[in-house]
Design a protein around this ligand. Structure first.
Ligand code: NDP
Length: 281
């Protein structure tokens, strides 16, 4: 039977560690603060932003909320980011994506000071990850590595295959695994004979955005399988992943469930990045 990696438990452990660190910093007169900007009232974004604020409250991080109307201009948003960049009492700046069509995400992400880019999406932080220099690492990839480490899964020397090459998951997780001395292959929609490649993996990371696409036919016996995907069963609150859990669980040695695997780690690592920022600055 495969080990089911408990992301909920591990994320709670991390939040507890962050809470203690935030309290220590507070005792020495340093309040950790995160500015959260939402443009418009997209319901999914409102839920994500609400969860981030709740997590801040739990760990003792002060969250500053900025809600701009859906028709706000790019200039307006850039002015706000500039103001927050200059404030010494703000450690992290987070702009909830996606942004409305009239605003360029690229220009906005570029405007956030790399020292306050706790989401790790700024090109300078991405570059730092590639060349092995310190910087902020995107929260979901960081959470995946933390799940592996805290589950006692060695990465060094392992054959890792990442399915998906997005800037927020696939590419940064591949870079992180490389930094941890894994041998890494990245697959995408043009990869030929995907199953042959994924079957080489000791550790298979799936961030493909296709419900239950990865079945046992894609997985080597005894592999570790990390499912990043999140999909909702239409008309219900039930969630499932990019991996067909029932099919894959019997052949692998460890697997993350959906929900309760990678999902809760993202916010925990965001909290951790905020503390990291406060300590660095
Ligand atoms: P994207 O849609 O940005 O990227 C999907 C990637 O999968 C692309 O690189 C695409 O290739 C590749 N792909 C698509 N179809 C295939 C295929 N048939 N075979 C091989 N590769 C394929 O997704 P994200 O990275 O943003 O997210 C992936 C999943 O993770 C989603 O379900 C998302 O909801 C979830 N997610 C979960 C988070 C969490 O906190 N747990 C955080 C972020 C995302 P190509 O580049 O060639 O198009």
């Amino acid at each position: 039977m495969a080990m089911v990696i408990d992301g909920k438990r591990i994320s709670e452990q991390i939040k507890e560690e962050v809470r203690q660190e935030v309290a220590r910093l507070k005792q020495s007169g340093r309040q950790v603060s995160l500015a959260v900007i939402q443009v418009g009232d997209d319901p999914a974004s409102t839920v994500y932003v609400g969860n981030k604020k709740k997590a801040c409250e739990y760990v003792g991080i002060r969250s500053l909320s900025y809600e701009l109307p859906g028709d706000a201009s790019e200039e307006e948003l850039l002015r706000l980011v500039e103001e927050l960049n200059g404030r010494s009492d703000v450690d992290g700046i987070l702009v909830q994506l996606p942004l409305p069509g009239q605003i360029s995400e690229e220009r906005v992400l570029k405007a956030i000071s790399p020292e306050k880019d706790v989401d790790g999406f700024h090109a300078l932080n991405m570059g730092a990850l590639c060349v092995g220099k310190p910087g902020f690492v995107p929260c979901t990839p960081l959470g995946i590595l933390e799940l592996l480490k805290r589950s006692g899964i060695e990465v060094s020397g392992k054959e890792c295959v990442v399915v998906g090459r997005s800037n927020i998951v696939g590419k940064p997780v591949a870079m992180l695994l490389l930094r941890e001395d894994a041998t890494v292959t990245i697959c995408h929609s043009r990869t030929r004979d995907l199953a042959t490649v994924t079957k080489r993996a000791d550790i298979l990371i799936v961030a493909v955005g296709k419900p239950k696409m990865i079945t046992a036919d894609y997985v080597k016996e005894g592999a570790v399988v990390i499912d990043v995907g999140i999909h909702r069963v239409p008309g219900s609150r039930k969630l499932f992943g990019d991996v067909d859990f029932e099919s894959v669980e019997p052949v692998c040695s460890a697997i993350t469930p959906v929900p309760g695997g990678v999902g809760p780690m993202t916010i925990a690592m965001l909290m951790s990045n905020c503390v990291e920022s406060a300590k660095r600055r």
